[in-house]
Design a protein around this ligand. Structure first.
Ligand SMILES: Cc1cc2nc3c(=O)[nH]c(=O)nc-3n(C[C@H](O)[C@H](O)[C@H](O)COP(=O)(O)O)c2cc1C
Length: 282
């Protein structure tokens, strides 16, 4: 999927979840703010038409203008399960933040710990563990976005370059990038081993990686960071492989840009739940 519409940037109060004590307090704000559009893409027209019946989100009783007590996950065991609302609150709180700065808010080590934990524990088909991750901090993060700009400059028409350059500069303005890959060697091995599912393994690997992306995105934002998900693969694949000596079998799927929040998440609309959900049975 190619990069798509950048929605909004605005200065605002920043939701943070930084206190690593047993009970965490999560404060969000619904203050309105001026919106700034960085660039537009034709795909958004289709999207908006397709979702012409979108309606405003239902009131979120748990995440708007409230302090939310989230129990420590460390205390969750089989005998003392955490309430699902604690998970759902984090799911709802994950948003796309385009306005990022270089303030990591948490330590580099903590970012790595979160990514490693997610990488180890996110499920994969047949426990194949095809997910791979490269995290770029500081100058290496900057380098990634310089490379991306360089690659894009060679193919983007001169008259639309300025918008693209601004967009990439926005990503470079973040503090770090998490690159998500799937290991093609693992997929090949499982295709041989379980030939009956050969056509499914690439799909399942992709799904497992999507679960990982979502987990990392949600977890990092739970600690107060902002993030947005980008897809400059396959354009940058070769340069990434060469620059960071990534194994050839690692296929790049996505780039999660992370950093301090320098603005709010944009407005978000929801398809009416009755259009997208069914149930059956007692
Ligand atoms: C699979 C997937 C691919 C996405 N690709 C991009 C992308 O290439 N560029 C981008 O700016 N945002 C991308 N996004 C972010 C979505 O646009 C965003 O999640 C969506 O509009 C909902 O907003 P929210 O993240 O604030 O909830 C992607 C999200 C998903 C789940």
């Amino acid at each position: 999927m190619r990069p798509h519409l950048v929605t909004s940037l605005a200065a605002s109060s920043i939701p943070r979840l930084t206190n690593p004590t047993s009970t965490r307090t999560f404060v969000t704000s619904s203050s309105s703010s001026a919106l700034r559009t960085l660039s537009t893409r034709s795909t958004t027209v289709t999207t908006h038409r397709a979702y012409s019946s979108l309606k405003k989100p239902q009131e979120q009783t748990t995440t708007s203008n409230q302090n939310i007590k989230i129990p420590s996950l460390a205390s969750a065991t089989m005998s003392t399960p955490i309430n699902a609302n604690a998970v759902l609150d984090l799911v709802k709180a994950r948003r796309t933040y385009y306005a990022l700065n270089k303030e990591l808010v948490i330590s580099k080590e903590r970012v790595e710990e979160i990514v490693k934990d997610a990488l180890a524990h996110v499920p994969s088909s047949f426990n194949s563990q095809s997910n791979r991750v490269l995290v770029l901090f500081g100058a290496d993060h900057d380098k990634l976005w310089d490379i991306t700009a360089e690659v894009l400059k060679a193919i983007v028409p001169a008259d639309s370059w300025q918008g693209t350059a601004q967009r990439i500069a926005g990503f470079k303005g973040g503090a770090a990038t998490v690159l998500f890959f799937e290991d093609q060697d693992v997929i090949d091995t499982f295709q041989e081993k379980f030939a009956i599912y050969a056509d499914k393994f690439p799909i399942w690997a992709n799904q497992s990686d999507a679960m990982l992306q979502f987990t990392v995105w949600t977890a990092l934002e739970a600690e107060g960071l902002g993030a947005n998900l980008q897809h400059y693969n396959p354009l940058i694949d070769q340069r990434v492989t060469a620059e960071w000596k990534v194994p050839e079998s690692w296929k790049l799927n996505a780039q999660l840009v992370i950093g301090g929040r320098a603005g709010e998440a944009g407005p978000k609309e929801f398809v009416p739940i009755e259009k997208i959900y069914k149930s059956a049975g007692n």
